[in-house]
Design a protein around this ligand. Sequence first.
Ligand SMILES: O=C(O)CCC(=O)C(=O)O
Ligand SMILES: [Fe+2]
Length: 190
Amino acid sequence: MLSVRITAACGFPGFSSEAAILNYYRSDSSLGIHVDESELDHSRPLLSLSFGQSAIFLLGGPQRQDPPTAMFMHSGDVMLMSGPSRLLYHAVPRILPAPPQLATCLEELSCALALQVGSVLEPVSEEDWDVCSRYIQSSRVNMTVRQVLGPGQIFPLQTDDKHRMVECHDDANSGKRKRTCSDPVGTIDT
Ligand SMILES: O=C(O)CCC(=O)C(=O)O
Ligand SMILES: [Fe+2]
């Protein structure tokens, strides 16, 4: 829901967040140069959310050898790769300590979270918040959210643990997801 709101605010209504990759970085981690091109519709943006320690982000050009621009990626930064930047080469060569305000900010957020019930943000338990905030005071977490399907495409059939083909669809009456077996022994609520 948050990614749908952010992408809409950036001019991409109807974004469908179908996959996400979580990248965990310790202080000596890096991510090599690459392009994110496995999604089928490159007209849809790629959303990147950063938490915890800072990073140097290198944004290159359409060719691997194009000279990159270096920028900081701090906790809370949101980046949208869209249009001409959607298929640019990029890399994360270095993790850096977060500015000292991060700790204060996490403290303040921990108080504010109690007020977020019913909003696009969901409250977390104090225990979970403590674990996560301790973790990101020494590490960086980056999440990229992607729309992977092209217009009119659906996810392929899945195979369940009994090796029968199953098809997922939303049941209009119950609002639940149902799996229908191609060897129809019944319909399973999930
Ligand atoms: O960690 C980042 O900021 C970049 C992550 C990224 O490029 C990716 O997951 O494809
Ligand atoms: Fe990437």
